[in-house]
Design a protein around this ligand. Structure first.
Ligand SMILES: Cc1cc2nc3c(=O)[nH]c(=O)nc-3n(C[C@H](O)[C@H](O)[C@H](O)COP(=O)(O)O)c2cc1C
Length: 190
């Protein structure tokens, strides 16, 4: 496969992964995929992304998982379902081989805030593609792990930052399948 083919192959075979083996993810490979994230396009060179790596058995990971459990307990109306869901998300966060939170920085205006958020999302895609090239899988969540209002302070995110996601990272135990529409379905050639 030539370089062009392997780039396209890497883009198309990347999947959202949430089912991981127990294999440890080294800080060295995390550094490599974070470095790829930094090369995302960003208008005005604001480099508006911030990453928070929560070590597997560190205090920050436990606290973020506890906050997520607390948020879930308070926000799912059916109390039986809430308890099970809260425990499940806490466990998933604690069990993930690696966990990274991503924020975008405030830009001082609605326009730059939006550009920064877009750029930080590009950074996440860079990170996911680099991870995939290293045999890792990433699950991007904007759900329960991102909702507790105390999370930004726990992580030390700059006031006014916007959360982009919580990334579960590890070596895939299973690889989901996905589908896309065709170019013809979503494109008008004018
Ligand atoms: C901004 C954003 C937020 C997402 N949030 C979630 C989420 O909260 N939970 C989840 O299971 N997947 C989430 N995903 C992953 C999508 O569900 C996934 O990309 C989609 O199903 C396509 O699958 P693929 O990534 O394997 O191609 C998110 C993706 C993006 C881009």
């Amino acid at each position: 496969m030539n370089v062009t083919e392997s780039v396209l192959e890497n883009i198309k075979t990347r999947r959202t992964v949430r089912d991981f083996t127990d294999r440890e993810v080294s800080n060295s490979v995390l550094h490599t995929i974070l470095d790829a994230a930094l090369w995302a396009p960003n208008h005005r060179m604001t480099e508006p992304w911030r990453f928070y790596v929560l070590g597997k058995s560190g205090e920050a990971r436990r606290q973020a998982a506890d906050l997520t459990r607390e948020w879930t307990l308070g926000n799912i109306p059916n109390q039986n379902q809430a308890a099970a869901s809260a425990d499940a998300v806490r466990k998933e966060m604690l069990d993930a081989p690696a966990l990274i939170y991503v924020y975008s920085l405030p830009g001082g205006s609605a326009e730059i805030d939006e550009e920064n958020y877009s750029a930080a999302s590009c950074a996440v895609q860079n990170l996911m593609l680099a991870a995939h090239a290293h045999g890792l899988g990433v699950g991007w969540s904007t759900g329960k792990p991102t909702r507790h209002p105390g999370l930004a302070e726990l992580l030390g995110a700059e006031p006014g930052s916007k959360i982009v996601g919580c990334l579960y990272i590890g070596y895939p135990a299973t690889m989901p399948e996905s589908e896309r529409q065709t170019v013809g379905d979503v494109t008008r050639w004018l």
